[in-house]
Design a binder for this molecule. Structure first.
Ligand code: GLC
Ligand code: CA
Length: 508
């Protein structure tokens, strides 16, 4: 048995709770809904789930604006439901990761209300107040990162919406308060955290104008300060004090793998970091080859364990980004689940859902990110397993055909493909932990070998709309095929258009 920590072997599934499953008929997914569907996740074969925020929140940024870090918003349930989720998930061998949002609170958080009350409030310095703004630009609405507070006659800093004031992590009381938040959840048994925009917590202490903001960039894209690393080392020490390989996965939303690599520190910062260049990449083998080589060389050089994510709640879904093609979405799944590192499946990608179509009336997110947040269709017939009121966003296209109930019953469905891929991964140490080596191939074919002490798999992905030959010496059998056509057959040396295969050595 391998001694690597669980998260290196794991496949992690992102649950966006408001769109997962509803039990009380208000059209918003909730914790009891998630608990009721844990057997679905167990059957899919995931090892851990990351739960997007369920804390108390005015929901201006769908829960990423938190007004109480240690309670559950009534929309999603109660603290007791979260405890129940942890124990029910653990009973099924599924770990639970919470979303930790350290950079900012809601403007309705009692800390900010106290901070803004007056210039000599005890919590004034918990946030970042200045007499003069600089040119820093905020994300989501792209406006100034500073808002004027009429009452106390100063500007406060916010890298996101004005309703999301940034905390001042240079203040030791803030550090202590946020450490207590982590302890609160760790003591309840959570297995780790996905940390929201962790590269943003340290701020340039000189508050100098940034020329890149003049060119339209936002601070979230470029903020990269030594102090963020000090904050992370503190979080890591805390988490390492708990038994059971609790894990810190950071969202380092800087589009540079080299910068992302720095946030692993010397094994004393993040255990894993999201890396966004592959998530931005078009369906192009040249771009993916470069992304993967970057990860292998830059992360590999410091033994930093990679992650792979091809979509999430802030970006378009896999299938929509790759032109709506089901074949591509399925080939991409083979790639996602066979690269070296820990893959993240965004809920609904296992159904090959496309983005929900949102018009001016149905639009909810001020950042225009509703598309990937559509509700999961559980049943074929409307309302697709969502009783009572219509869900908070429209269903993705083709909800009836793509519903879980339909796909569960079909050997050819994308859901079945994901199950096969997870099963294949579970059975192959090479796929989970083995090294990665690129193989020569046609430029439109991305091919690699995964290898680990006597176990070996070859993965080949044809990005082209034409068939290509992929000659291999020796005898190989198809383990999983993205289009299920050739599964379990001897490999004949040909890849169909937009087909991806996992090959294993043929015995005997
Ligand atoms: C992260 C989240 C995003 C949110 C932002 C502010 O990027 O993924 O949804 O709007 O942080 O918290
Ligand atoms: Ca509900």
């Amino acid at each position: 048995m391998s001694t690597s920590p669980w998260w290196k072997h794991a496949v992690i599934y992102q649950v966006y709770p408001r769109s997962f499953a509803d039990t009380n008929g208000d059209g918003i997914g909730d914790l009891p809904g998630l608990i009721a569907r844990l057997d679905y996740l167990k059957a899919l074969g995931i090892d851990a789930l990351w739960l997007s925020p369920v804390y108390r929140s005015p929901m201006v940024d769908a829960g990423y604006d938190i007004c109480d870090y240690t309670d559950i918003d009534p929309l999603f349930g109660h603290l007791a439901d979260l405890d129940n989720l942890i124990s029910q998930a653990h009973n099924r061998g599924i770990k639970v990761l919470m979303d930790f949002v350290p950079n900012h609170t809601s403007d309705q958080h009692p800390w900010f209300i106290e901070s803004r009350a007056s210039r000599d409030s005890r919590k004034r310095d918990w946030y970042i107040w200045r007499d003069q703004p600089n040119n820093w630009r905020a994300s989501i609405d792209g406006g100034s990162a500073w808002s004027w507070d009429e009452g106390s006659q100063q500007y406060y800093l916010h890298f996101f919406l004005p309703q999301q004031p940034d905390l001042n992590w240079h203040n030791p009381e803030v550090v202590q308060a946020m450490h207590e938040v982590l302890r609160f959840w760790l003591d309840r048994g959570v297995d780790g955290f996905r940390i929201d925009v962790v590269h943003c917590v340290g701020k340039d202490p000189t508050f100098a104008d940034d020329p890149r903001c003049l060119a339209g960039e936002t601070m979230v894209q470029i903020n990269d300060q030594p102090y963020s690393h000090e904050v992370l080392r503190g979080l890591r020490r805390l988490v390492d004090g708990y038994p059971g390989d609790r894990v810190l996965i950071g969202e380092v939303n800087i589009r540079s793998t080299a910068q992302v690599a720095a946030y692993y520190g010397a094994c004393d910062e993040l255990h894993m970091s999201f890396n966004f260049p592959p998530l931005d990449a078009p369906w192009d083998p040249v771009v993916f080859r470069l992304c993967i080589r970057d990860v292998e060389s830059l992360l590999g050089a410091q033994s930093a364990w990679p992650t792979w994510a091809l979509s999430n709640h802030d970006n378009r879904r896999i299938r929509s980004r790759y032109g709506g093609s089901l074949r591509r979405a399925r080939a991409a799944a083979v790639m996602l689940l066979t690269l070296r590192g820990t893959p993240f499946i965004f809920q609904g990608d296992e159904l090959a859902l496309e983005d929900t179509v949102v018009d001016a009336q149905t639009r909810v997110d001020p950042g225009g990110r509703d598309g990937s947040r559509g509700p999961i269709p559980w049943a074929a017939d409307p309302p697709h397993g969502w009783s009572g009121s219509a869900p908070w966003l429209p269903f993705p296209p083709d909800a009836a055909e793509l519903a879980v109930q339909v796909q569960q019953a079909s050997a050819e469905s994308t859901l079945t493909l994901y199950r096969q891929l997870l099963d294949c991964r579970r059975k192959s140490e090479a796929l989970r932990l083995g090294d990665w080596q690129e193989l020569p191939s046609h430029p439109q074919v991305l091919a690699y070998r995964r290898h680990c002490a006597g176990d070996e798999r070859i993965v080949c992905i044809n990005f082209d709309q034409r068939e290509h030959s992929f000659p291999m010496s020796g005898h190989w059998r198809v383990d999983v095929a993205s289009d299920t056509v050739a599964a379990n057959q001897p490999f004949n040396g040909t890849l169909a258009a937009e087909q991806a295969l996992i090959l294993r050595p043929a015995e005997g």
